[in-house]
Design a protein around this ligand. Structure first.
Ligand SMILES: [Zn+2]
Length: 295
Protein backbone atom coordinates (compact mmCIF):
# COMPACT_ATOMS: atom_id res chain seq x y z
CA UNK A 1 0.00 0.00 0.00
CA UNK A 2 2.92 2.39 0.71
CA UNK A 3 3.62 3.43 -2.88
CA UNK A 4 0.03 4.49 -3.24
CA UNK A 5 0.46 7.59 -1.05
CA UNK A 6 3.10 9.47 -3.06
CA UNK A 7 1.27 8.49 -6.23
CA UNK A 8 -1.94 10.02 -4.94
CA UNK A 9 -0.16 13.19 -3.85
CA UNK A 10 1.37 13.51 -7.28
CA UNK A 11 -2.07 13.29 -8.86
CA UNK A 12 -3.68 15.71 -6.43
CA UNK A 13 -1.12 18.48 -6.34
CA UNK A 14 -1.06 19.38 -10.02
CA UNK A 15 -4.83 19.21 -10.09
CA UNK A 16 -5.33 21.73 -7.28
CA UNK A 17 -4.89 24.92 -9.32
CA UNK A 18 -7.23 23.52 -11.95
CA UNK A 19 -9.88 22.77 -9.34
CA UNK A 20 -9.45 26.23 -7.87
CA UNK A 21 -10.06 28.03 -11.15
CA UNK A 22 -12.93 25.81 -12.31
CA UNK A 23 -15.46 27.63 -10.17
CA UNK A 24 -14.75 30.93 -11.88
CA UNK A 25 -16.15 31.90 -15.26
CA UNK A 26 -13.57 31.78 -18.08
CA UNK A 27 -13.49 35.58 -17.96
CA UNK A 28 -15.53 37.71 -15.64
CA UNK A 29 -17.77 40.22 -17.40
CA UNK A 30 -16.36 43.75 -17.23
CA UNK A 31 -19.49 45.44 -18.45
CA UNK A 32 -22.81 45.24 -20.16
CA UNK A 33 -24.48 46.82 -23.21
CA UNK A 34 -28.00 47.45 -24.57
CA UNK A 35 -29.90 44.76 -26.46
CA UNK A 36 -33.30 44.87 -28.13
CA UNK A 37 -35.56 41.92 -28.99
CA UNK A 38 -38.53 41.90 -31.36
CA UNK A 39 -40.43 40.30 -28.47
CA UNK A 40 -39.58 39.23 -24.92
CA UNK A 41 -42.51 36.78 -24.80
CA UNK A 42 -42.14 34.69 -27.94
CA UNK A 43 -44.43 31.77 -28.59
CA UNK A 44 -43.20 28.29 -29.40
CA UNK A 45 -42.15 28.30 -33.07
CA UNK A 46 -41.53 32.06 -33.21
CA UNK A 47 -38.39 33.74 -34.55
CA UNK A 48 -36.75 36.53 -32.56
CA UNK A 49 -34.94 39.38 -34.22
CA UNK A 50 -32.28 40.70 -31.89
CA UNK A 51 -30.22 43.82 -31.96
CA UNK A 52 -27.19 44.53 -29.80
CA UNK A 53 -25.16 47.69 -29.37
CA UNK A 54 -21.84 46.59 -27.88
CA UNK A 55 -19.24 49.13 -26.76
CA UNK A 56 -17.45 50.90 -29.63
CA UNK A 57 -14.70 48.86 -31.30
CA UNK A 58 -15.86 45.62 -29.67
CA UNK A 59 -15.64 42.57 -31.86
CA UNK A 60 -16.49 38.90 -31.67
CA UNK A 61 -20.12 39.74 -30.90
CA UNK A 62 -22.10 36.53 -30.39
CA UNK A 63 -25.38 35.29 -28.96
CA UNK A 64 -25.59 32.06 -27.01
CA UNK A 65 -28.90 30.25 -27.32
CA UNK A 66 -29.53 26.69 -26.13
CA UNK A 67 -25.80 26.05 -25.96
CA UNK A 68 -25.14 27.29 -29.50
CA UNK A 69 -22.88 30.22 -30.20
CA UNK A 70 -24.27 32.34 -33.02
CA UNK A 71 -22.26 35.15 -34.64
CA UNK A 72 -24.08 38.44 -35.26
CA UNK A 73 -23.72 40.81 -38.20
CA UNK A 74 -22.69 44.43 -37.90
CA UNK A 75 -25.26 46.62 -39.56
CA UNK A 76 -24.00 50.18 -39.51
CA UNK A 77 -23.03 52.42 -36.58
CA UNK A 78 -22.01 49.65 -34.22
CA UNK A 79 -25.38 47.91 -34.32
CA UNK A 80 -25.34 44.10 -34.55
CA UNK A 81 -28.24 41.96 -35.78
CA UNK A 82 -29.07 38.32 -35.28
CA UNK A 83 -31.94 35.84 -35.47
CA UNK A 84 -32.81 33.03 -33.14
CA UNK A 85 -35.75 30.66 -33.17
CA UNK A 86 -37.82 29.29 -30.32
CA UNK A 87 -38.28 25.64 -31.21
CA UNK A 88 -41.90 24.58 -31.67
CA UNK A 89 -41.39 22.08 -28.82
CA UNK A 90 -39.44 24.41 -26.50
CA UNK A 91 -40.97 24.05 -23.01
CA UNK A 92 -42.97 27.15 -22.05
CA UNK A 93 -41.36 29.25 -19.29
CA UNK A 94 -38.18 31.24 -18.77
CA UNK A 95 -35.25 30.87 -21.15
CA UNK A 96 -31.90 32.62 -21.23
CA UNK A 97 -30.37 34.37 -24.24
CA UNK A 98 -26.81 35.53 -23.61
CA UNK A 99 -24.86 38.14 -25.58
CA UNK A 100 -21.11 38.47 -25.45
CA UNK A 101 -18.62 40.91 -26.91
CA UNK A 102 -14.88 41.38 -26.46
CA UNK A 103 -12.84 44.57 -26.66
CA UNK A 104 -9.14 44.17 -26.08
CA UNK A 105 -8.98 42.08 -22.94
CA UNK A 106 -12.38 43.25 -21.73
CA UNK A 107 -15.38 40.95 -21.77
CA UNK A 108 -18.90 42.35 -22.00
CA UNK A 109 -21.92 40.19 -21.35
CA UNK A 110 -25.70 40.52 -21.22
CA UNK A 111 -28.10 37.86 -19.96
CA UNK A 112 -31.56 38.42 -21.39
CA UNK A 113 -34.35 36.48 -19.76
CA UNK A 114 -37.21 35.73 -22.12
CA UNK A 115 -40.53 34.07 -21.37
CA UNK A 116 -41.59 31.39 -23.86
CA UNK A 117 -45.35 31.20 -24.35
CA UNK A 118 -47.23 28.10 -25.37
CA UNK A 119 -48.11 28.16 -29.07
CA UNK A 120 -51.41 27.11 -30.54
CA UNK A 121 -51.14 24.40 -33.12
CA UNK A 122 -53.78 22.51 -35.05
CA UNK A 123 -54.32 18.84 -34.38
CA UNK A 124 -54.46 16.77 -37.54
CA UNK A 125 -55.93 13.28 -37.40
CA UNK A 126 -55.16 11.10 -40.39
CA UNK A 127 -56.08 7.60 -41.33
CA UNK A 128 -53.57 6.15 -43.75
CA UNK A 129 -53.08 2.69 -45.22
CA UNK A 130 -50.68 0.64 -43.06
CA UNK A 131 -48.19 0.41 -45.92
CA UNK A 132 -47.75 4.19 -45.71
CA UNK A 133 -47.07 4.28 -41.97
CA UNK A 134 -45.12 1.11 -41.25
CA UNK A 135 -41.61 0.67 -42.54
CA UNK A 136 -39.35 -2.34 -42.84
CA UNK A 137 -35.94 -2.45 -41.15
CA UNK A 138 -34.03 -1.23 -44.19
CA UNK A 139 -36.35 1.74 -44.66
CA UNK A 140 -36.14 2.66 -40.96
CA UNK A 141 -32.34 2.58 -41.23
CA UNK A 142 -32.51 4.89 -44.21
CA UNK A 143 -34.90 7.30 -42.44
CA UNK A 144 -32.61 7.49 -39.39
CA UNK A 145 -29.48 7.91 -41.53
CA UNK A 146 -31.09 10.78 -43.43
CA UNK A 147 -32.28 12.48 -40.25
CA UNK A 148 -28.80 12.25 -38.72
CA UNK A 149 -27.19 13.64 -41.86
CA UNK A 150 -29.42 16.73 -41.80
CA UNK A 151 -28.93 17.24 -38.04
CA UNK A 152 -25.19 17.18 -38.67
CA UNK A 153 -25.62 19.95 -41.28
CA UNK A 154 -27.75 22.03 -38.90
CA UNK A 155 -25.29 21.70 -36.03
CA UNK A 156 -22.22 22.92 -37.95
CA UNK A 157 -20.56 25.96 -36.40
CA UNK A 158 -22.43 28.81 -38.03
CA UNK A 159 -20.75 31.29 -40.32
CA UNK A 160 -21.66 34.99 -39.94
CA UNK A 161 -25.14 35.89 -41.24
CA UNK A 162 -25.37 36.19 -45.03
CA UNK A 163 -29.14 36.87 -44.93
CA UNK A 164 -30.59 40.36 -45.22
CA UNK A 165 -34.03 41.88 -45.01
CA UNK A 166 -36.42 41.44 -46.61
CA UNK A 167 -36.75 37.67 -46.90
CA UNK A 168 -38.48 36.55 -50.07
CA UNK A 169 -41.28 33.95 -50.00
CA UNK A 170 -40.09 30.75 -51.74
CA UNK A 171 -43.00 30.76 -54.21
CA UNK A 172 -44.91 33.63 -55.80
CA UNK A 173 -48.27 32.52 -54.38
CA UNK A 174 -47.31 31.83 -50.81
CA UNK A 175 -50.33 30.46 -48.91
CA UNK A 176 -48.78 28.49 -46.06
CA UNK A 177 -50.68 26.08 -43.85
CA UNK A 178 -50.19 23.45 -41.20
CA UNK A 179 -47.25 24.75 -39.15
CA UNK A 180 -46.74 22.73 -35.99
CA UNK A 181 -49.73 20.41 -36.53
CA UNK A 182 -49.75 17.72 -33.92
CA UNK A 183 -50.30 14.77 -36.19
CA UNK A 184 -52.14 11.68 -35.05
CA UNK A 185 -51.82 8.95 -37.62
CA UNK A 186 -54.08 5.93 -37.20
CA UNK A 187 -54.59 6.96 -33.58
CA UNK A 188 -50.86 7.31 -32.78
CA UNK A 189 -49.26 10.71 -32.07
CA UNK A 190 -46.35 11.50 -34.41
CA UNK A 191 -43.73 14.25 -34.45
CA UNK A 192 -45.24 17.68 -35.14
CA UNK A 193 -45.15 19.19 -38.61
CA UNK A 194 -41.98 21.30 -38.51
CA UNK A 195 -42.76 23.47 -41.51
CA UNK A 196 -45.59 24.75 -43.69
CA UNK A 197 -47.15 23.22 -46.79
CA UNK A 198 -48.09 25.25 -49.83
CA UNK A 199 -50.35 23.58 -52.39
CA UNK A 200 -49.25 24.52 -55.91
CA UNK A 201 -49.19 22.92 -59.35
CA UNK A 202 -46.18 20.73 -60.13
CA UNK A 203 -43.47 22.69 -61.91
CA UNK A 204 -44.06 25.99 -60.07
CA UNK A 205 -40.64 27.65 -59.58
CA UNK A 206 -39.15 27.64 -56.05
CA UNK A 207 -36.63 30.34 -55.17
CA UNK A 208 -34.10 31.01 -52.39
CA UNK A 209 -35.55 33.17 -49.58
CA UNK A 210 -32.16 34.82 -48.97
CA UNK A 211 -28.51 34.66 -50.05
CA UNK A 212 -26.75 31.51 -48.91
CA UNK A 213 -24.94 28.29 -49.71
CA UNK A 214 -26.50 24.93 -50.59
CA UNK A 215 -25.95 22.81 -47.45
CA UNK A 216 -27.79 19.77 -48.84
CA UNK A 217 -29.21 18.75 -52.20
CA UNK A 218 -30.38 15.19 -52.70
CA UNK A 219 -33.13 12.64 -52.48
CA UNK A 220 -34.63 11.56 -49.16
CA UNK A 221 -37.27 9.02 -48.15
CA UNK A 222 -39.71 11.53 -46.62
CA UNK A 223 -38.61 14.76 -48.27
CA UNK A 224 -38.08 13.39 -51.76
CA UNK A 225 -35.93 15.78 -53.81
CA UNK A 226 -34.73 18.11 -51.08
CA UNK A 227 -32.73 21.32 -50.91
CA UNK A 228 -31.41 22.93 -47.72
CA UNK A 229 -29.82 26.38 -47.81
CA UNK A 230 -27.44 27.76 -45.18
CA UNK A 231 -27.93 31.53 -44.84
CA UNK A 232 -25.26 31.96 -42.17
CA UNK A 233 -25.79 33.01 -38.57
CA UNK A 234 -27.42 29.64 -37.85
CA UNK A 235 -30.31 30.21 -40.29
CA UNK A 236 -31.31 27.37 -42.65
CA UNK A 237 -34.21 27.08 -45.11
CA UNK A 238 -35.60 23.69 -46.16
CA UNK A 239 -37.50 22.79 -49.34
CA UNK A 240 -39.03 19.29 -49.80
CA UNK A 241 -40.96 17.24 -52.37
CA UNK A 242 -39.40 19.08 -55.33
CA UNK A 243 -39.99 17.80 -58.82
CA UNK A 244 -36.28 18.39 -59.27
CA UNK A 245 -33.61 20.46 -57.58
CA UNK A 246 -31.60 22.91 -59.72
CA UNK A 247 -28.64 23.35 -57.37
CA UNK A 248 -25.80 21.27 -55.97
CA UNK A 249 -24.12 21.13 -52.55
CA UNK A 250 -21.64 23.89 -51.84
CA UNK A 251 -23.07 26.16 -54.53
CA UNK A 252 -23.70 29.82 -53.62
CA UNK A 253 -27.21 31.06 -54.30
CA UNK A 254 -28.61 34.56 -54.33
CA UNK A 255 -31.93 35.66 -52.88
CA UNK A 256 -34.64 35.02 -55.49
CA UNK A 257 -32.51 32.55 -57.46
CA UNK A 258 -34.40 29.48 -58.67
CA UNK A 259 -33.41 26.36 -56.72
CA UNK A 260 -36.02 23.88 -57.98
CA UNK A 261 -39.67 23.30 -58.85
CA UNK A 262 -42.72 22.15 -56.87
CA UNK A 263 -43.41 18.43 -57.12
CA UNK A 264 -44.66 15.46 -55.13
CA UNK A 265 -41.48 13.43 -54.65
CA UNK A 266 -40.94 11.48 -51.41
CA UNK A 267 -43.86 10.89 -49.05
CA UNK A 268 -46.34 13.35 -50.51
CA UNK A 269 -49.99 12.82 -51.37
CA UNK A 270 -49.94 15.47 -54.10
CA UNK A 271 -47.87 18.33 -55.51
CA UNK A 272 -46.97 20.85 -52.80
CA UNK A 273 -43.97 22.61 -51.34
CA UNK A 274 -42.95 21.71 -47.80
CA UNK A 275 -41.00 24.70 -46.55
CA UNK A 276 -39.24 24.86 -43.19
CA UNK A 277 -36.78 27.14 -41.39
CA UNK A 278 -34.28 26.50 -38.60
CA UNK A 279 -33.05 29.52 -36.71
CA UNK A 280 -30.23 28.89 -34.21
CA UNK A 281 -31.43 25.29 -34.03
CA UNK A 282 -35.10 26.16 -33.41
CA UNK A 283 -37.79 24.92 -35.80
CA UNK A 284 -39.86 28.03 -36.44
CA UNK A 285 -42.94 28.99 -38.41
CA UNK A 286 -41.24 30.16 -41.62
CA UNK A 287 -44.08 32.48 -42.58
CA UNK A 288 -43.17 34.65 -39.56
CA UNK A 289 -39.84 35.54 -41.20
CA UNK A 290 -41.72 37.69 -43.70
CA UNK A 291 -43.46 39.69 -40.96
CA UNK A 292 -40.41 40.50 -38.81
CA UNK A 293 -39.82 44.22 -38.36
CA UNK A 294 -36.83 44.98 -40.60
CA UNK A 295 -34.60 47.69 -39.25
ZN1 LIG B 1 -45.06 19.36 -44.93
Amino acid sequence: MRPAIPFLLFLLIPSLPALGSEGLPAAAADGTFPVRLSTWQPAQGEPLLVEAIPPPRADNVVMIWKGREIPMREEGRGKFLGLIGVDLQEPPGDALLTFRAVRGGEMFRVDAQIAVREGTFPVQELTLPKAMTQFDGETLKRINREARRLEERFSRVPSPPAWRFPFLPPVAEFRPKGFGSRRIINGEPRSPHAGVDVDLPAGTPVVAIADGTVAFAGEQFFGGNSVVLDHGGGLFSIYYHLQHGDVSEGQKVARGERIGAVGSSGRATGPHLHFGVRAAGGRIDPSLLFTLPSR
